[in-house]
Design a protein around this ligand. Structure first.
Ligand SMILES: Cc1cc2nc3c(=O)[nH]c(=O)nc-3n(C[C@H](O)[C@H](O)[C@H](O)COP(=O)(O)O)c2cc1C
Length: 258
Protein backbone atom coordinates (compact mmCIF):
# COMPACT_ATOMS: atom_id res chain seq x y z
CA UNK A 1 0.00 0.00 0.00
CA UNK A 2 1.08 3.55 -0.71
CA UNK A 3 -0.02 6.35 1.59
CA UNK A 4 0.25 9.74 -0.03
CA UNK A 5 -0.46 13.39 0.41
CA UNK A 6 -0.47 16.01 -2.32
CA UNK A 7 -1.53 19.65 -2.58
CA UNK A 8 -0.97 20.74 -6.15
CA UNK A 9 -0.87 17.28 -7.70
CA UNK A 10 2.87 16.65 -8.14
CA UNK A 11 3.02 13.94 -5.52
CA UNK A 12 -0.32 12.47 -6.57
CA UNK A 13 1.15 11.89 -10.01
CA UNK A 14 4.34 10.33 -8.60
CA UNK A 15 2.37 8.11 -6.22
CA UNK A 16 -0.03 6.97 -8.93
CA UNK A 17 2.85 6.18 -11.31
CA UNK A 18 4.48 4.10 -8.58
CA UNK A 19 1.17 2.40 -7.79
CA UNK A 20 0.76 1.48 -11.44
CA UNK A 21 4.31 0.12 -11.75
CA UNK A 22 4.35 -1.75 -8.43
CA UNK A 23 0.72 -2.88 -8.41
CA UNK A 24 0.16 -1.34 -4.99
CA UNK A 25 -3.00 0.36 -3.84
CA UNK A 26 -3.11 4.09 -3.21
CA UNK A 27 -4.47 5.61 -0.03
CA UNK A 28 -4.92 9.37 0.35
CA UNK A 29 -3.79 10.48 3.81
CA UNK A 30 -6.54 13.12 4.42
CA UNK A 31 -9.16 10.41 3.73
CA UNK A 32 -7.36 7.93 5.94
CA UNK A 33 -7.32 10.46 8.79
CA UNK A 34 -11.12 10.29 8.80
CA UNK A 35 -11.08 6.53 9.41
CA UNK A 36 -9.65 4.11 11.99
CA UNK A 37 -6.10 4.20 10.60
CA UNK A 38 -5.66 0.57 11.54
CA UNK A 39 -3.86 -1.57 8.96
CA UNK A 40 -2.77 -5.14 8.38
CA UNK A 41 -0.18 -5.90 5.72
CA UNK A 42 -0.48 -8.94 3.49
CA UNK A 43 2.45 -11.32 3.28
CA UNK A 44 5.35 -9.56 1.49
CA UNK A 45 3.30 -6.40 1.09
CA UNK A 46 5.37 -3.24 0.72
CA UNK A 47 4.47 -0.02 2.43
CA UNK A 48 5.21 3.32 0.80
CA UNK A 49 4.84 6.94 1.83
CA UNK A 50 4.75 9.71 -0.77
CA UNK A 51 4.50 13.37 0.19
CA UNK A 52 5.70 16.84 -0.78
CA UNK A 53 8.39 18.59 1.22
CA UNK A 54 7.14 21.54 3.25
CA UNK A 55 9.88 23.69 4.74
CA UNK A 56 12.52 20.92 4.52
CA UNK A 57 10.31 18.64 6.58
CA UNK A 58 7.49 16.19 5.89
CA UNK A 59 4.17 18.10 6.11
CA UNK A 60 2.40 18.11 9.50
CA UNK A 61 -0.47 16.09 8.07
CA UNK A 62 1.89 13.25 7.12
CA UNK A 63 3.52 13.22 10.52
CA UNK A 64 0.14 13.32 12.28
CA UNK A 65 -0.99 10.40 10.18
CA UNK A 66 2.07 8.27 10.96
CA UNK A 67 1.77 9.18 14.64
CA UNK A 68 -1.86 8.09 14.69
CA UNK A 69 -1.71 4.98 12.50
CA UNK A 70 -1.49 1.43 13.79
CA UNK A 71 -0.11 -1.48 11.76
CA UNK A 72 -0.63 -4.96 13.22
CA UNK A 73 2.39 -6.52 11.59
CA UNK A 74 4.78 -3.80 10.39
CA UNK A 75 8.03 -5.54 11.29
CA UNK A 76 9.93 -7.09 8.40
CA UNK A 77 7.90 -5.40 5.66
CA UNK A 78 9.72 -3.47 2.98
CA UNK A 79 9.15 0.26 3.42
CA UNK A 80 10.01 3.21 1.16
CA UNK A 81 9.51 6.96 1.15
CA UNK A 82 9.39 9.09 -1.97
CA UNK A 83 9.00 12.82 -1.60
CA UNK A 84 8.58 15.56 -4.16
CA UNK A 85 10.26 18.91 -3.75
CA UNK A 86 10.96 22.04 -5.72
CA UNK A 87 14.63 21.88 -4.93
CA UNK A 88 16.02 20.24 -1.77
CA UNK A 89 14.75 18.34 1.27
CA UNK A 90 17.32 18.96 4.02
CA UNK A 91 17.11 16.20 6.63
CA UNK A 92 13.39 15.58 6.13
CA UNK A 93 13.94 11.84 5.65
CA UNK A 94 15.85 11.54 8.95
CA UNK A 95 12.92 13.20 10.67
CA UNK A 96 10.53 10.83 8.99
CA UNK A 97 12.57 7.77 9.95
CA UNK A 98 12.09 8.77 13.60
CA UNK A 99 8.32 8.78 13.17
CA UNK A 100 8.43 5.46 11.33
CA UNK A 101 10.63 3.84 13.97
CA UNK A 102 7.89 4.40 16.53
CA UNK A 103 5.68 2.21 14.33
CA UNK A 104 8.29 -0.55 13.91
CA UNK A 105 9.03 0.66 10.41
CA UNK A 106 12.25 1.71 8.73
CA UNK A 107 12.39 3.15 5.22
CA UNK A 108 14.65 0.87 3.17
CA UNK A 109 14.57 3.35 0.30
CA UNK A 110 14.41 7.13 0.51
CA UNK A 111 14.08 9.14 -2.68
CA UNK A 112 13.45 12.79 -3.48
CA UNK A 113 12.13 13.89 -6.85
CA UNK A 114 12.31 17.47 -8.05
CA UNK A 115 9.01 18.75 -9.41
CA UNK A 116 7.69 22.20 -10.29
CA UNK A 117 7.75 24.65 -7.40
CA UNK A 118 4.46 25.30 -5.60
CA UNK A 119 5.50 27.63 -2.79
CA UNK A 120 5.39 31.26 -3.88
CA UNK A 121 4.29 33.07 -0.74
CA UNK A 122 7.66 34.43 0.34
CA UNK A 123 9.87 37.03 -1.31
CA UNK A 124 12.26 35.43 -3.78
CA UNK A 125 10.05 32.39 -4.37
CA UNK A 126 8.51 31.93 -7.81
CA UNK A 127 6.89 29.29 -9.94
CA UNK A 128 9.27 27.65 -12.41
CA UNK A 129 9.42 28.79 -16.01
CA UNK A 130 7.47 26.53 -18.42
CA UNK A 131 10.83 25.18 -19.68
CA UNK A 132 11.91 24.30 -16.15
CA UNK A 133 8.54 22.73 -15.37
CA UNK A 134 8.90 20.50 -18.41
CA UNK A 135 12.49 19.62 -17.64
CA UNK A 136 11.64 18.68 -14.05
CA UNK A 137 8.64 16.56 -15.05
CA UNK A 138 10.59 14.78 -17.82
CA UNK A 139 13.42 14.00 -15.39
CA UNK A 140 10.94 12.92 -12.73
CA UNK A 141 9.33 10.47 -15.15
CA UNK A 142 12.76 8.90 -15.77
CA UNK A 143 13.51 8.76 -12.05
CA UNK A 144 10.20 7.04 -11.28
CA UNK A 145 10.98 4.41 -13.94
CA UNK A 146 14.40 3.94 -12.34
CA UNK A 147 13.24 3.55 -8.75
CA UNK A 148 10.12 1.44 -9.33
CA UNK A 149 12.07 -1.78 -10.14
CA UNK A 150 14.34 -1.15 -7.16
CA UNK A 151 11.28 -0.94 -4.95
CA UNK A 152 9.76 -4.01 -6.58
CA UNK A 153 13.03 -5.88 -5.94
CA UNK A 154 13.01 -4.64 -2.34
CA UNK A 155 16.44 -3.08 -2.64
CA UNK A 156 17.69 -2.03 0.77
CA UNK A 157 19.75 1.08 1.51
CA UNK A 158 18.56 3.13 -1.46
CA UNK A 159 19.29 6.80 -0.74
CA UNK A 160 18.69 9.09 -3.67
CA UNK A 161 17.97 12.51 -2.22
CA UNK A 162 19.04 16.12 -2.64
CA UNK A 163 19.64 17.51 0.84
CA UNK A 164 20.88 20.95 -0.21
CA UNK A 165 23.58 22.95 1.52
CA UNK A 166 23.44 23.27 5.31
CA UNK A 167 20.69 20.60 5.58
CA UNK A 168 20.61 20.55 9.39
CA UNK A 169 19.98 24.29 9.53
CA UNK A 170 17.38 24.09 6.76
CA UNK A 171 15.37 21.38 8.52
CA UNK A 172 15.91 22.15 12.18
CA UNK A 173 16.15 25.94 12.22
CA UNK A 174 14.54 27.44 9.10
CA UNK A 175 12.13 24.54 8.59
CA UNK A 176 11.18 24.35 12.25
CA UNK A 177 10.32 28.05 12.23
CA UNK A 178 8.47 27.75 8.92
CA UNK A 179 6.45 24.73 10.03
CA UNK A 180 5.82 26.17 13.47
CA UNK A 181 4.62 29.60 12.38
CA UNK A 182 3.77 29.67 8.69
CA UNK A 183 1.47 26.73 8.10
CA UNK A 184 -1.75 28.63 8.51
CA UNK A 185 -4.69 29.74 6.38
CA UNK A 186 -4.92 33.15 8.03
CA UNK A 187 -3.18 35.09 5.20
CA UNK A 188 -5.62 33.82 2.51
CA UNK A 189 -7.83 36.51 0.97
CA UNK A 190 -10.23 36.44 -1.95
CA UNK A 191 -10.81 39.44 -4.19
CA UNK A 192 -14.61 39.46 -4.25
CA UNK A 193 -14.69 41.61 -7.41
CA UNK A 194 -12.57 39.12 -9.34
CA UNK A 195 -14.04 35.88 -7.90
CA UNK A 196 -16.29 34.03 -10.34
CA UNK A 197 -17.86 31.89 -7.57
CA UNK A 198 -16.87 28.64 -9.30
CA UNK A 199 -15.91 26.80 -6.10
CA UNK A 200 -12.77 25.35 -7.72
CA UNK A 201 -10.75 26.53 -4.71
CA UNK A 202 -12.93 24.54 -2.30
CA UNK A 203 -12.84 21.51 -4.58
CA UNK A 204 -9.06 21.61 -4.89
CA UNK A 205 -8.37 21.81 -1.14
CA UNK A 206 -6.93 18.41 -0.16
CA UNK A 207 -8.15 18.73 3.42
CA UNK A 208 -11.60 20.27 2.73
CA UNK A 209 -10.65 23.35 4.71
CA UNK A 210 -12.68 25.72 2.48
CA UNK A 211 -16.43 26.17 2.39
CA UNK A 212 -18.25 28.44 -0.03
CA UNK A 213 -20.39 31.08 1.64
CA UNK A 214 -22.47 33.46 -0.50
CA UNK A 215 -20.37 32.37 -3.47
CA UNK A 216 -17.02 33.16 -1.84
CA UNK A 217 -14.44 30.86 -0.24
CA UNK A 218 -14.11 30.90 3.52
CA UNK A 219 -11.07 29.23 5.04
CA UNK A 220 -12.03 27.22 8.11
CA UNK A 221 -8.83 27.57 10.18
CA UNK A 222 -8.95 23.81 10.77
CA UNK A 223 -6.75 21.69 8.58
CA UNK A 224 -4.85 23.98 6.20
CA UNK A 225 -1.45 22.63 5.12
CA UNK A 226 -0.54 25.87 3.27
CA UNK A 227 -0.12 23.76 0.13
CA UNK A 228 -1.56 26.71 -1.84
CA UNK A 229 -3.74 24.43 -4.01
CA UNK A 230 -6.63 26.92 -3.71
CA UNK A 231 -4.39 29.80 -4.80
CA UNK A 232 -2.92 27.87 -7.73
CA UNK A 233 -6.23 26.44 -9.00
CA UNK A 234 -8.17 29.73 -9.01
CA UNK A 235 -8.98 30.33 -12.70
CA UNK A 236 -8.93 34.12 -12.30
CA UNK A 237 -6.14 34.61 -9.73
CA UNK A 238 -8.66 36.00 -7.24
CA UNK A 239 -7.05 34.26 -4.26
CA UNK A 240 -3.91 35.52 -2.61
CA UNK A 241 -1.79 34.50 0.34
CA UNK A 242 -0.66 37.74 1.88
CA UNK A 243 0.47 40.28 -0.68
CA UNK A 244 3.48 38.47 -2.20
CA UNK A 245 1.41 36.12 -4.36
CA UNK A 246 -0.27 39.03 -6.18
CA UNK A 247 2.77 39.16 -8.44
CA UNK A 248 3.33 35.42 -8.68
CA UNK A 249 2.41 32.78 -11.22
CA UNK A 250 0.18 29.78 -10.69
CA UNK A 251 0.93 26.09 -11.12
CA UNK A 252 -0.71 22.78 -10.55
CA UNK A 253 0.09 19.42 -12.09
CA UNK A 254 -1.89 18.57 -15.22
CA UNK A 255 -1.85 15.03 -16.58
CA UNK A 256 -1.07 16.24 -20.09
CA UNK A 257 2.22 17.72 -18.82
CA UNK A 258 3.66 14.27 -18.15
C1 LIG B 1 4.28 25.03 2.22
C2 LIG B 1 5.29 24.57 1.23
C3 LIG B 1 6.63 24.45 1.58
C4 LIG B 1 7.57 23.99 0.67
N1 LIG B 1 8.87 23.81 1.07
C5 LIG B 1 9.77 23.29 0.21
C6 LIG B 1 11.11 23.01 0.64
O1 LIG B 1 11.47 23.18 1.79
N2 LIG B 1 11.97 22.52 -0.28
C7 LIG B 1 11.62 22.31 -1.58
O2 LIG B 1 12.45 21.88 -2.36
N3 LIG B 1 10.34 22.51 -2.00
C8 LIG B 1 9.42 23.01 -1.14
N4 LIG B 1 8.13 23.22 -1.55
C9 LIG B 1 7.75 22.83 -2.93
C10 LIG B 1 7.02 21.50 -2.96
O3 LIG B 1 7.64 20.56 -2.13
C11 LIG B 1 6.95 20.94 -4.38
O4 LIG B 1 6.49 21.88 -5.29
C12 LIG B 1 6.09 19.68 -4.38
O5 LIG B 1 6.33 18.97 -5.56
C13 LIG B 1 4.61 19.97 -4.26
O6 LIG B 1 3.92 18.75 -4.24
P1 LIG B 1 2.35 18.63 -4.40
O7 LIG B 1 2.00 19.20 -5.76
O8 LIG B 1 2.10 17.17 -4.35
O9 LIG B 1 1.72 19.39 -3.30
C14 LIG B 1 7.18 23.67 -0.66
C15 LIG B 1 5.83 23.82 -1.02
C16 LIG B 1 4.89 24.26 -0.10
C17 LIG B 1 3.46 24.38 -0.51
Amino acid sequence: MIFYFSGTGNTRWIASQLAELTGEKLLFIPDELQGEMHYHLDENERIGFCFPIHGWQPPHIVRDFIRGMAIDNAQGHYCYCVCSCGDSIGLAMNLLQRYLAKKDLHADAVVSIQMPESYVALPGMYTDTPENEKRKIDNAALKIKDIAPRIINREVGVTDIIKGHIPWILTHIVGAFFNGKMITDKPFRVDADKCVHCGVCAGSCPTKNIVMSYGLPVWQHQSCTACLACYHHCPVHAINYGSTTKKRGQYYFKEKQA
